[in-house]
Ligand binder design. Sequence first.
Ligand SMILES: NC(=O)c1ccc[n+]([C@@H]2O[C@H](COP(=O)([O-])OP(=O)(O)OC[C@H]3O[C@@H](n4cnc5c(N)ncnc54)[C@H](OP(=O)(O)O)[C@@H]3O)[C@@H](O)[C@H]2O)c1
Length: 274
Amino acid sequence: MAENQNKLGFIGGGRMGEALIKGVLAAGLYRNDQIVVAEPDHRRRQTLHDAYGVLGEADAGPLWDHCSVVILAVKPQVMDLVLKQNRAKIEAGKHLLISIAAGIPLAFIEAALAPCQARVVRVMPNTPALVLAAASALSSGTYAGDDDLKLATSIFAAVGETVVLPESALDAVTGLSGSGPAYVFTFFEALIDAGVKVGLSREVAELLARQTILGSMRLAAESSQTPAELRAMVTSPGGTTIAGLHALERGAFRALIMDAVEAATRRSVELGRG
Ligand SMILES: NC(=O)c1ccc[n+]([C@@H]2O[C@H](COP(=O)([O-])OP(=O)(O)OC[C@H]3O[C@@H](n4cnc5c(N)ncnc54)[C@H](OP(=O)(O)O)[C@@H]3O)[C@@H](O)[C@H]2O)c1
């Protein structure tokens, strides 16, 4: 490995790690020879090397000599172990750590690395990162500075939209955008079944449902109108859409969505307490 400390390191080369590698390469933030992935599974290392030309290591040890930014992209269950294994190598002045582990508080990471005053940024991305369309919320740790947050934001902006929030908001973020793709896929499935119910083939119903969701979101993203205004555009007096919307209101559709986000937020709080 060349002596260059400005490399980007990943501990964990799973789905999220791969999405981020893809994003930062596509955005030109790092070259592939500036990215090092510590991943115990050699097939996974080879896959990432073949697909993106990034360097692989079986162990995270060498990363700390060459990387100024290290993304902790392992499952939350192994975070404690990973921090213990690496704490001796981490230097506050040299390394910025970015954790994407769901439910692991900044204070947990900082305490595990004390007395080193590690610069840590915590991020909650979501699975559309896999197609560079994530919604990510970032929170700064006690010792991370403005430049650290800016750098972390640029990395996550490479895989979608970003927002900076206090850590106390991350449970709500988990309930909304973290779990959100599952709500949308459930709605997608329901729309397909509904199409079948009114006599369309499953194939046709799936095509129409997918394009309707995709197209509506593109319209919302590209339009300056509010969701309520866009909805009014397709809701003519006494027409078909208002009849459909009436059924949704009767079924307390909005209250159900609020309940879902609230339940997921509560669960995130519970899991964070360990
Ligand atoms: N997927 C999401 O929607 C999402 C959203 C927000 C946040 N996150 C967070 O992102 C993190 C990663 O999720 P993921 O979906 O990418 O998980 P994943 O696909 O399971 O990836 C984790 C990778 O880390 C590797 N690993 C395990 N122990 C390691 C160690 N000691 N050193 C280096 N690598 C190690 C695993 O290898 P083995 O398989 O060999 O154990 C695996 O390849 C999680 O903490 C999750 O909470 C995920």
